[in-house]
Every structure is written in C-alpha cells, then in structure tokens.
Ligand binder design. Structure first.
Ligand code: HEC
Length: 372
C-alpha cells in the first residue's frame, strides 16, 4: 500500500508538471484524453473494486482482476495507438503496444520481487512464496515482450542496429539476465547477496527504461538546437516601430558580431546532425493535427524520400554559410538578407515534412518563392 501510494503520487506530481508545460496542446490531443480517461478509471477501479475484492477474498476476484488489468493496459495502449487511427497500418502500433504492456507487467512483478528481496515491503509473503507465485506470470510477460520486441526489431533492423541506445538496452538486459543467473542459487539463504542482487536489478531496469527512450529525434534537435539559435538570429537584426519611434536593432560591438557568428555556426552544422534520425517518438503527438503531420507520417516521408530531406537540410547549411559572409563583412543589410534565406530554408523543409496540410502556408510560400 505505501509503495502504491508513493508511486501514484510521484506519477501524478510529475505528470502535472509535464502537463503544465503545454496544457492546451495536451488538452486537445485525443491520445492524451484517451490515456487520462483510462488512467482515472483504472485508479478509481483499483481503490474501490480491487480493494474490496482483496479484502473480502471473494469469488469474483478474478473478474475484478481482469477488468483492472485491462484498464491499466489500455493506458499505454491509448498513448501509442490512438495516433495511428485513420492509418491502415495497424501492425506496428499493435505490436508496440503489446511490447510496452508486457514490459510494464514484467517490470511491475520484478519491482515487487526486488522490493521484497531488499526487505523494503510486502513482508507478509516469504521470498520463496513470492518467487514461486510470480514465476508463471513473469515468464508469460517475458515471453510476450521478447517475441514482440524481436518482431519490432525485425521490421526495422537497419535503424535499430545503427542506434547505440538500442544496443545499450540489449546490453543492460543481458546484465539483468546474468545477475539473475549468478544470484539465483544463493538468493534464498544469503541476505547480503540477496540485497545486492535486487538492488542491482532495480538499477539495471531503470537503465533499460532510460535507454528505451532512445536517441535525440529530429524534433528534439529542432526544439533544443535549431529553434533557439534561429530565434536569436531572427531577433538580432530588425526594425522596431512603437510609440518611441523607429529603432533599428543590429549587432554593433565585436562581441555581438561574434555571438551572431557562433549561432550561425550551429545552424550551419545542424544539418549533419539531422541526418539518419527518426522524426519523433511515437508518443510525441502533433499539437495541431489538422495541419501538422504526426510523427509516423513524417517518418514515412523520411523513409521513402530521404534524399529530399537531405537536400533541404543542405539548403539550411548553404543559407547559414551565406549569412556568415555577411558577418565577416560586418554588413547588417547583407545579414538581414542572409537571415531571410535561412527563414526560407526552415519554411521549405517544414512545408514538406511538418505541416504539408497547411493550405495557407503553402500559398504564402508560393508567393514568397520558397517552393519551386
Ligand atoms: C531539413 C528539414 C528541416 C529544416 C531545414 C528545419 N526544420 Fe524544423 N522541423 C523539421 C521537421 C521534420 C519537424 C517536425 C518534427 C516532428 O514534429 O516530428 C520540425 C519541427 C520544428 C519545430 C517544432 C519542434 C517542436 O518541439 O514541436 C520548430 C520550432 C522548428 N522545427 C524550428 C526550425 C527553425 C527555426 C528552422 C530554421 C532555422 C528549422 N526548423 C529548419 C525539419 C526541418
């Protein structure tokens, strides 16, 4: 009970913090609403029906347990699956959801076992009782996650095998296996080793979750690298008109020019950094699905037409190089022109990959000569 409450409070607290970053975007997102609906149902069901059933130890216990499991399983299922509605390719989201649900079940049982081994809870049950009781469900969950994982790997072998995070995850899983086999024989009698093994197991599983999140995506690179530097540059040369009259903002001192140069260097090199990345994580849903593509739509374009993406990335690199020349000459008018070129390079790539359904943006781009 204290572990359940602790876990739930942590999840709700961190969830509220995440939600507060962009409440509007989350709120309109159907995947988010689906997930929240089933999360609330699962929690409510747990604290009413499941608790009553465990207290009474009644016959209906197994039905209550099945309903509760189904509700919890639908939480990650919703997050992954809803984003694929309308597409005909259901195999991937179904497999990914099965994989995640099986891993969550396995992880839950592992955490319960490890906590008991550490002596941190569930003391009413002896270690052998707990191990024996969970053996079969653990094996089923392990089998399911291994098979779904292998099929997912098979479908995308090239991408996974060049991804260091994937190999990190496999290495951690191998260590978990080794930990299990080495300590298995001594587990019941040696308390010191038992605590070491279960502490290690918890740490390694936490590592698997971090590694499963994977490497930076195109979206991450945009968010953390391209956009902040782009924003700085677009604001470095401009004309502001307000009640105090008209002012021109431009770099003046050597330090200011140097700062502009450094930001341009990031944009010039970012294109190398973009190639070979996935568009976004499946759980990164689009904020305005009417005009913006979902990660898997963007990914499909990247997979079928990778060259166009590279060409557009090169356009950004070239535009940044042109602007660098203006910085060398400390010419603010040339810099303004260069920044316009950068802006067009951003727009040209976004129009194709990010919001191809945005009619107004497409027309504006034609008028500006961004698209050919
Ligand atoms: C080579 C292609 C390409 C270029 C060039 C490019 N972007 Fe992007 N950008 C993308 C793609 C693809 C996405 C959508 C990622 C997603 O949502 O999955 C994106 C998304 C974004 C986002 C949204 C990120 C988020 O957190 O949702 C911002 C902001 C952004 N780009 C800014 C810029 C700026 C500023 C520039 C120019 C300096 C630029 N991008 C140049 C491909 C590009």
């Amino acid at each position: 009970m204290p572990w359940t409450l602790g876990g739930l409070s942590l999840a709700i607290f961190s969830g509220l913090l995440l939600f507060s970053i962009d409440p509007e975007a989350y709120y309109i997102n159907p995947a988010f609403r689906f997930k929240m609906l089933f999360l609330l149902l699962a929690i409510a069901f747990y604290y009413t029906m499941v608790r009553k059933a465990t207290a009474a130890d009644s016959r209906g216990g197994s039905i209550v347990a099945c309903v509760s499991l189904a509700l919890w399983a639908l939480v990650p299922f919703g997050g992954v699956f809803i984003g694929f509605l309308g597409s005909t390719e259901y195999a991937y989201p179904v497999l990914l959801s099965v994989h995640i649900v099986a891993l969550v079940l396995l992880g839950g049982m592992v955490v319960v076992t490890d906590l008991r081994l550490l002596g941190a809870g569930i003391r009413k049950y002896s270690v052998p009782d707990l191990m024996n009781g969970l053996r079969v469900p653990k094996r089923i969950a392990f089998g399911l996650s291994a098979v779904s994982g292998a099929v997912l790997f098979g479908a995308n072998a090239r991408q996974y095998s060049s991804n260091p995070w994937f190999w990190m995850k496999i290495a951690l899983l191998a260590l978990i296996g080794a930990n299990y086999f080495i300590f298995r024989r001594t587990l019941y009698d040696d308390t010191g080793k038992r605590k070491l093994a279960s502490g290690l197991s918890l740490l390694l599983w936490a590592g698997v979750i971090v590694a499963a999140r994977g490497p930076a995506t195109v979206k991450d690179v945009m968010h953390s690298m391209v956009d902040p530097n782009g924003d700085f540059l677009f604001q470095s040369v401009q004309t502001i008109e307000d009640e105090h009259g008209t002012r021109e903002i431009a770099p003046h001192t050597d330090a200011e020019w140097e700062n502009v140069r450094q930001r341009l260097m990031v944009l010039r090199d970012a294109p190398n950094f973009l190639q070979g990345r996935r568009a976004a994580r499946p759980t990164d849903r689009s904020k305005n699905p009417e005009v913006e593509s979902e990660p898997e739509e963007i990914q499909q374009l990247l997979d079928t037409d990778g060259w166009t993406f590279i060409r557009r990335a090169q356009r950004l690199r070239d535009a940044a190089s042109v602007a660098m020349k203006a910085v060398d000459a400390k010419d603010k008018d040339a810099l303004l022109l260069g920044l316009d070129g950068i802006d067009k390079a951003c727009e040209s790539c976004h129009l194709r990959y990010w919001y191809p359904k945005d009619k107004r943006a497409q027309e504006a781009a034609k008028a500006d000569g961004i698209v050919e």
